[in-house]
Ligand binder design. Structure first.
Ligand code: DGL
Length: 292
C-alpha cells in the first residue's frame, strides 16, 4: 500500500509542473512501479534511479539502507524532482520517516498490501513474500497488527529473488524451484492470497502463476501507488499539463546499467539508455574521499 508524507508548499518553489517525478529503488524492482505510473500519468516526466551497485538492500543493515535512501533522495532533489516515489518496500520500511523529515519535496512510499489481502482472502490465510528487512521492520509488524484482523499471514522472506531479477532471470528452472519452495507451504496451509511485498516480485508473476495457477490471488500494489502519486500531485498542484505524446523516462544506475536497459526493453518495452551515476553517501564514500 502506498504511504504519503506531508510537505510544505514553500519548499516546492521553483519545482515547476514540468519538473520530473523521481522514482528510486535498490535496483530494478521499482521499474514495476514506473510501469504503473506511466500508465496512470502519461504526461509526467520521470527520473529513475536504481542503486544496483548496493542491491539487494534486503541483506543490508538498517543504517545502510537509510543512508543510501537519503543520499539518493537528495540527489534526485538536486536533479529537480518535484516529488519522490520510494519504490522499495525495504527502504520505505526502514527509512521513510527519516527521509520525510529531511527532504523538501512530497514523498510517496510503498508497503506490502496486507490490507487488501485481509479484505479479499476467503480462506483467511494469506502469504506474504517480502525481504527479511521488510518483514522484521516495526512498520510491517504495525501493518499486520492494524489490518490482519482474523486473517493468518504466512510471512516468507524471498531470499534470492531480488538477485534473480537483478540479473534479468524471471523464469529459469532454478528460480522456479526457489519460488516453489516458498509457495508450496503457503498452498499446503490453505492460502488463497499472496502479497507481493517487494517491488521486484511483480516481474515474477508469470513464474508464480506457473506454480500456483489460479489458487492464489496476487496482490501487487503498483497501481495503488500510481493512484496515490496522482493524488499527491493534485494536492500540491504539481500535475504536468497534457503533452503531445509521453516522454521517455531518464534512467540512472549506480551499477553498469546493462540489466536495467535489458529489463526495461523486454518487460516495459522502453528503449532508453541508462546513465551510470556516482551517488556517494556517508556509508559509501566516493573513491577519492575518506571512508566515513
Ligand atoms: N524492490 C525492493 C523492495 O521492494 C527490494 C529490496 C532489496 O533490494 O532487497 O523491497
Amino acid at each position: 500500500m502506498p504511504t504519503e508524507s506531508p510537505s510544505s508548499a514553500a519548499t516546492l518553489a521553483g519545482a515547476g509542473l514540468r519538473a520530473p517525478v523521481g522514482i528510486f529503488d535498490s535496483g530494478l524492482g521499482g521499474l514495476s512501479v514506473l510501469r504503473a505510473v506511466r500508465a496512470q500519468l502519461p504526461d509526467e516526466a520521470m527520473l529513475y534511479v536504481a542503486d544496483s551497485l548496493y542491491a539487494p538492500y534486503g541483506e543490508r543493515d538498517d543504517d545502510f539502507i537509510a543512508d543510501r535512501t537519503l543520499a539518493i533522495g537528495e540527489w534526485l532533489v538536486k536533479q529537480g524532482a518535484k516529488v519522490l516515489v520510494v519504490a522499495c518496500n525495504t527502504a520505505t520500511a526502514q527509512s521513510i520517516a527519516l527521509v520525510r523529515e529531511k527532504l523538501p519535496i512530497p514523498l510517496v512510499g510503498v508497503e506490502p498490501g496486507v490490507k487488501p489481502a485481509a479484505l479479499q482472502s476467503k480462506t483467511r490465510v494469506a502469504g506474504v513474500l517480502a525481504t527479511q528487512v521488510t518483514l522484521r521492520s516495526a512498520r510491517f509488524q504495525a501493518l499486520l497488527e492494524r489490518y490482519a484482523e482474523d486473517c493468518r499471514f504466512l510471512c516468507q522472506p524471498g531470499h534470492g529473488l531480488v538477485q534473480a531479477v537483478e540479473r534479468c532471470d524471471v523464469n529459469s528452472a532454478e528460480l522456479r524451484a526457489l519460488l516453489r519452495s516458498y509457495l508450496q507451504p503457503m498452498l499446503d496451509a490453505g492460502a488463497d492470497t499472496l502479497v507481493l511485498g517487494c517491488t521486484h516480485y511483480p516481474f515474477l508473476d508469470a513464474a508464480i502463476r506457473d506454480i500456483v495457477g489460479d489458487r492464489l490471488t496476487l496482490i501487487d500494489t503498483s497501481i495503488a501507488i500510481a493512484r496515490q502519486l496522482e493524488r499527491v500531485l493534485d494536492q500540491h498542484g504539481l500535475r504536468a499539463a497534457p503533452q503531445n505524446g509521453s516522454t521517455l523516462p531518464r534512467f540512472y544506475s549506480t551499477g553498469d546499467g546493462a540489466h536495467q536497459q535489458q529489463l526495461a526493453a523486454t518487460l516495459l518495452h522502453i528503449d532508453a539508455a541508462v546513465e551510470r551515476v556516482l551517488i556517494p553517501s556517508r556509508r559509501t564514500a566516493a573513491p577519492d574521499s575518506q571512508p566515513a
